[in-house]
Ligand binder design. Structure first.
Ligand code: ZN
Length: 195
């Protein structure tokens, strides 16, 4: 259970409302490491725990997307305290590969939480950093960027999304992926252990 993979829309864990993490042990630290690896491999700038089928309030980001020059941040049990302004920009998601759409979000946020070493985070962010944090924070509530798109824009993606839906069904019926009940049992067990 220590090898992680990015799950795709509409995997049920992407709709799971994440729970606060009560401890960060060696295994959680290895998950965080793997999340960064998977994020860089997929050329992303953020990855939330439920995108790797973990039910915790945790995400990793690197807005520069570059291991060498960018700044890595780990957020555990984050809370967006306040937000202001509005900004519209295109987003994508590692769990919905090759799908992009415009999303309006607050331009500036105040976020608190902890990093993986237990250090408190208290940050006012704007620009791309604010957008990435809000996108990942949404994941923890089971919300995807496509949910925040204008209905008309989203309608243009219907065929692509349907392909993802068919793919999940095929994987589950062929046994390549666990069925929904097994997925839920595993999530429940992880929550009992860590939340
Ligand atoms: Zn995403």
């Amino acid at each position: 259970m220590s090898h992680l993979q990015i799950i795709n829309y509409p995997h049920p864990t992407l709709r799971h409302v994440s729970k606060p993490l009560k401890k960060v042990d060696k295994l959680v630290r290895s998950w965080i490491q793997q999340m960064f690896e998977l994020m860089y491999e997929a050329k992303g700038i953020g990855l939330a725990a439920n995108q790797v089928d973990l039910p915790f309030q945790m995400f990793v980001i690197n807005p520069q997307g570059d291991r060498a020059t960018g700044s890595e941040m780990v957020f555990i049990n984050p809370v967006i305290k306040s937000s202001k302004g509005s900004s519209r920009a295109e987003e994508g998601c590692l769990s919905i590969p090759s799908v992009y759409g415009e999303v309006s979000r607050p331009a500036q946020i105040h976020v608190t939480g902890f990093d993986h070493l237990g250090n408190p985070i208290d940050l006012v962010a704007d620009g791309l950093l604010a957008r990435v944090i809000q996108h990942e924070y949404d994941h923890l509530q089971g919300t995807l960027f496509i949910d925040r798109m204008d209905p008309n824009d989203r309608r243009t993606l219907a065929d692509r999304l349907y392909e993802f839906e068919l793919e999940l069904q095929t994987f589950q019926s062929s046994g390549k992926l666990a069925d929904n009940r097994a997925i839920k049992e595993r999530i429940d067990a992880l929550e009992q252990q860590y939340c």
